[in-house]
Design a protein around this ligand. Structure first.
Ligand code: HEM
Length: 494
């Protein structure tokens, strides 16, 4: 190497060092943010995240930097929280400060901070209050949500019976059944499993999820400044979301044409009535855009989550036939074969309740939670988190925490049973998160899990020729959700 080359190399090294140093200072030190790995300009900590292993990388960093640390997605700082105590101190003890919704760049261009899941401030408060009331049956007319789930569970059982015990991958049928519950709640009707427009709708959802969860989608969420300009499959998400919005807008028009304000049939009717009431106020958050986006939010929030949990559940029942046998016995004792399960049965079925809790704990379907943000400058454990900073409270760090659960890596209904076989609560059971942003569909989701599982097991034994290893049982991270391995099972009538 001659002297000129050496000089240039040293100069490049020096400039790089100064760039890193100045970015680090600008991004981190002067702000008293929690410490974390040193970010690089433009890409932040992207290099420290192993491809396809986002959650694992985040957990490994927690071991190194502690339960509160700062990570950079591009130039954007994100404070990562792990462990029950830390997450509780943030989301419960400082609930208001941590109640903001953080960024989700793959979808933010379309949602623009509207709709119940992604909004903030007064808009979010009002949309959330309205959604909670409606999902609790207030103002939803004569048919309760429980009845709507029971109706769908009946169709699901008949569909499974029609398979005549041949091995099937249950993914599609579960998605159809669970999506139909949301359809019944928001549109007032379910769809036939063969209905073309329903299948089209579900295909659009599936494709949107796939694009969002792909490596491209994840990179988009981490470094949107760059990925917004890079061609790739993630760019199709906007188009898909607009198609979905068109579908929902059509349905809203149909509701408008047939609306009877004295007899609302579904979420859309209730929203339209609220829009009319609020139109007298100067400022209202209940407008057509919020309605359409909130409906889409409910589909996104309520379909994959429940159907994926059930998919994990069926795999677990096949892996542990002795647990399945105990569930059969409890169902036979409390419900029998001559009537449909109802939600009051749950209180009399501690073993079933414990198994469902353990399925949710073990399957850990939303391991990183949905991003939060702080709504004002916040002092937390001696650090200062500036207003608007994104926060990731890692639910996986609590659900699989060895200090909270005796055998965190092993499926064990005993985590939720006391010595007398009664149901035992555990505060670290937080698959729906905690605090002011806690899942608005928790009640609906828990009802669905209980009624679908008991209906299936009242009618069938779930079996498979294949033996699943312990490693195969572990949830696999795809994008933001943990999914089970792909599998086939038979539904054998009892
Ligand atoms: C097993 C099923 C489900 C799981 C594990 C789950 C989990 C979650 C989680 C982790 C969040 C984010 C909480 C946070 O930001 O701290 C959330 C938010 C939300 N979920 Fe669920 N969810 C499920 C089912 C449902 C269902 C069936 C619905 C209703 C249709 C629903 C509606 C919502 C809504 C509206 C939000 C946004 C709440 C807000 O931002 O205020 N979820 N859910």
């Amino acid at each position: 190497m001659d002297l000129t080359t050496l000089g240039i190399s040293l100069l490049v090294l020096l400039i790089s060092y100064m760039l890193i140093r100045s970015t680090w200072d600008r991004m981190h030190r002067k702000q008293n943010l929690p410490p974390g790995p040193t970010p690089l300009p433009v890409i932040g900590n992207l290099m420290q995240i192993k491809r396809g292993e986002l959650v694992k990388s985040l957990m490994q960093m927690a071991e190194k930097y502690g339960s509160v640390y700062t990570l950079y997605f591009g130039s954007r700082p994100v404070v990562v929280l792990s462990g029950y105590q830390t997450i509780k101190e943030a989301l419960i003890d400082q609930a208001d400060n941590f109640s903001g919704r953080g960024q989700l760049p793959t979808v933010d261009r379309v949602f623009q901070g509207d709709g119940v899941v992604l909004s903030n401030g007064e808009r979010w408060k009002q949309l959330r209050r309205f959604t909670l009331m409606t999902l609790r049956n207030f103002g939803m007319g004569k048919r309760s949500i429980e009845e709507r789930i029971q109706e769908e569970a009946h169709f699901l059982v008949e569909e499974l019976r029609s398979q005549k015990q041949s091995p099937i991958n249950p993914t599609n049928i579960l998605v159809q059944a669970i999506a139909n519950v949301i359809c019944s709640v928001v549109f007032g009707n379910r769809f036939d499993y063969e209905d073309k427009s329903f299948l089209e709708l579900l295909n659009m959802f599936t494709e949107t999820f796939q694009k969002m969860s792909s490596a491209w989608g994840q990179m988009h969420d981490m470094i949107p400044e760059i990925m917004n300009h890079v061609p790739g499959p993630h760019q199709k998400v906007d188009k898909l979301l607009h198609n979905l919005l068109d579908f929902v807008t059509e349905r809203v028009k149909m509701n408008e044409e047939t609306l009877d304000p004295s007899s609302p049939r579904d979420y859309i009717d209730c929203f339209l009535i609220k829009m009319k009431q609020e139109s007298k106020n100067g400022v209202s958050f209940f407008d057509m855009k919020s309605l359409v986006l909130s409906v889409l939010n409910l589909f996104f929030a309520g379909t994959e989550t429940v159907s994926t949990t059930l998919r994990h559940g069926l795999l677990i029942l096949v892996k542990y036939p002795e647990i399945q046998a105990k569930l059969h016995a409890e169902i036979d004792r409390v419900i029998g074969q001559n009537r449909t399960p109802n939600i009051e049965d749950r209180g009399k079925m501690p073993y079933t309740d414990a198994v469902i809790h353990e399925i949710q704990r073990f399957s850990d379907v939303i391991p990183m939670n949905v991003p939060h943000s702080v709504i004002k400058d916040t002092t937390f454990r001696g650090f200062t988190i500036p207003k608007g900073t994104d926060v990731l409270p890692l639910l996986c760090s609590v659900l699989w925490d060895p200090e909270q659960f005796e055998t965190p890596n092993k499926f064990n209904p005993g985590h939720f049973l006391d010595a007398n076989g009664c149901f035992k609560k555990n505060d670290a059971f937080i698959p729906f998160s905690i605090g002011k942003r806690i899942c608005a569909g928790e009640g609906l989701a828990r009802m669905e899990l209980f009624l679908f599982l008991t209906n299936i097991l009242q009618n069938f034994s779930v079996t498979s020729q294949r033996k699943f290893t312990d490693t195969e049982m572990n949830p696999k991270m795809t994008g933001f959700a943990n999914v089970p391995v792909s599998y086939e099972v038979s539904f054998v009538p009892r």
